[in-house]
Design a protein around this ligand. Structure first.
Ligand SMILES: Cc1cc2nc3c(=O)[nH]c(=O)nc-3n(C[C@H](O)[C@H](O)[C@H](O)COP(=O)(O)OP(=O)(O)OC[C@H]3O[C@@H](n4cnc5c(N)ncnc54)[C@H](O)[C@@H]3O)c2cc1C
Length: 463
């Protein structure tokens, strides 16, 4: 294990004992028993060997850790929820600044805002804000970190109504690469604030403030499982629906293999299917009517319609993406879900090397598209839909096939109806090209990073 040996060599040359004395949290070195557990992240494909992992418990700890990295010329990877798809929150030979213990959420119902610590997950934020009948658009998986998701844009069921998660960010507190503690918003350090709304941060964010919106009722959720033979027609129906879809609706068709569980007919288990799924964030009665378009499809072999608490919806996928499995995900925004793209989706889904993989079509209508592209670094707001190609597999020898399937699928979409940019949270790989992700905003983002992190301490890897 060369990377392991290298990490030990770097760690041996560092005064980690001295760091521990100045630090409120824990410092984990390669020689510690818990090191292997501490260096692991959600994606089992990631196998990095940092020189040390610092578990911060306060802003002072973050400052000490960043200062230590600067003194000893260590690259920093910041980790909060640890759910970076590409594993960008851990770096071989560098310092992991782990914020997972800084988990807190404070709601101000009068102002309609929530202040959130970087270690909070969406599960915690949703439960806390919902106790006030409020919500902000977060990701769809409760264990995902608020920090990484927000700094990479953030899409969720409420995005058509309220925008990307980053669009709802009002203020951040940051320890910058140069060691300063700053508050950034639309007026103060406006360039840093602009960058943080989807372009990551040249520093460690130690607090987020979000706008909240009323959501004080249950929400309808439906899904309809269709044989792949009728997928093209169903996707054309979806395209028709999307043309006038209300902001409250988030309908997202996806290709998946039918799980071998009692809810599905045994003769369908393992077959490729198109699932048309949707959430309605408005009046539940309106939502029920809205989804009549998709319900009762004559070829559906399974269908469900439920009205549930928003917190239940947000944790509905718990367990679907277990820690330690191998994953490679990448997205392409499409100008139009034309017939060509529909055919490509079906062909690509049928070619997936793993039955655990999915291709998701995510809607981009409503508030997401109404925010001017210059307001945040995020590109592709004028897309019709975003296609997320999500490979998941267990067999380590199948890695090349699965990664190549994702890349080839995205390449084919790029050649057809795509528009510049990618959702940073699904950029594919640890160090995607900034122009590929941020398109015309890449240069401005680079300038902000150079201003606040002149020594280039922070790994600007995303995904
Ligand atoms: C199962 C699953 C479901 C997902 N669903 C969605 C979804 O619905 N919508 C969506 O948009 N994305 C989704 N994602 C992608 C997710 O948003 C990103 O992977 C995100 O980076 C995860 O955030 P984290 O804090 O858990 O990640 P981490 O791995 O902790 O961090 C990821 C990156 O964020 C940066 N970062 C983290 N914390 C800080 C901080 N405090 N200060 C500065 N930089 C920081 C660092 O660059 C780090 O490399 C999902 C991912 C998974 C694994």
């Amino acid at each position: 294990m060369d990377a392991n040996r290298d990490a030990r060599r770097v760690a041996d040359g560092l005064p980690l004992g001295g760091l521990s004395e100045r630090f409120g949290g824990d410092v984990v070195a390669p020689s510690d028993d818990v090191y292997d557990e501490a260096r692991r992240v959600w994606n089992g494909m990631v196998n990095e060997y940092p020189a040390a992992i610092t578990y911060c418990e306060s802003v002072d700890d973050v400052r000490v850790a960043v200062g230590f990295a600067r003194e000893h010329d260590l690259e920093i990877a910041v980790r909060s929820g640890g759910h970076s798809v590409s594993g960008a929150s851990v770096v071989s030979g560098g310092l992991v600044v782990d914020c997972s213990r800084m988990e807190w959420v404070r709601v101000d119902p009068e102002k309609g805002t929530a202040r959130v610590g970087p270690g909070a997950t969406w599960g915690t934020v949703d439960r806390t804000t919902q106790s006030f009948g409020l919500a902000t658009p977060g990701g769809v998986y409760a264990d995902t970190g608020v920090a990484g998701l927000t700094l990479g844009g953030g899409t969720g069921y409420l995005s058509p109504k309220h925008g990307f998660t980053a669009d709802n960010l009002r203020e951040i507190e940051v320890v910058t690469g140069s060691g300063e503690r700053v508050t950034a918003d639309a007026e103060r350090h406006a360039d840093l604030f602009w960058a943080a709304r989807g372009g990551g941060t040249p520093g460690v964010v130690t607090a987020f403030e979000f706008d909240l919106h009323p959501l004080d009722h249950d929400v309808p959720y439906f899904e309809s499982w269709l044989p792949v033979a009728v997928a093209d027609d169903a996707l054309r129906e979806y395209r028709r629906y999307q043309r006038d879809a209300p902001d409250e609706s988030c309908v997202f068709p996806y290709f998946a293999s039918v799980p071998a569980i009692a809810e599905f007919p045994a003769d369908r288990h393992g077959d490729l299917a198109l699932v048309v799924a949707g959430v309605h964030a408005g009046d539940p009665a309106v939502g029920r009517r809205e989804f009549e378009t998709f319900r009762g499809h004559p070829d559906a072999f399974a269908e469900s319609f439920e009205t549930m608490a928003y917190t239940d919806l947000q944790s509905m996928m718990d367990g679907d993406f277990p820690v330690g499995r191998r994953y490679y995900w990448k997205s392409v925004p499409l100008a139009e879900l034309d017939d060509d793209a529909i055919g490509e989706l079906r062909t690509a889904a049928a070619a997936a090397p793993s039955e655990l993989s999915t291709i998701v079509v995510w809607p981009m209508h409503g508030a997401v598209g109404r925010t001017p592209e210059s307001e945040t670094p995020l590109a592709g707001r004028d897309a019709d839909v975003v296609v997320n190609v999500e490979a998941a597999w267990d067999d380590p020898t199948a890695t090349t096939d699965n990664v190549e399937w994702v890349r080839e699928t995205c390449r084919r979409f790029r050649e057809r109806t795509s528009i510049p940019g990618t959702l940073p949270n699904f950029a594919g790989g640890r160090a995607p090209d900034a122009e590929d992700v941020y398109a015309a905003n890449a240069e401005r983002l680079r300038e902000v990073r150079e201003t606040y992190d002149p020594d280039g301490l922070f790994a600007y890897e995303r995904g």
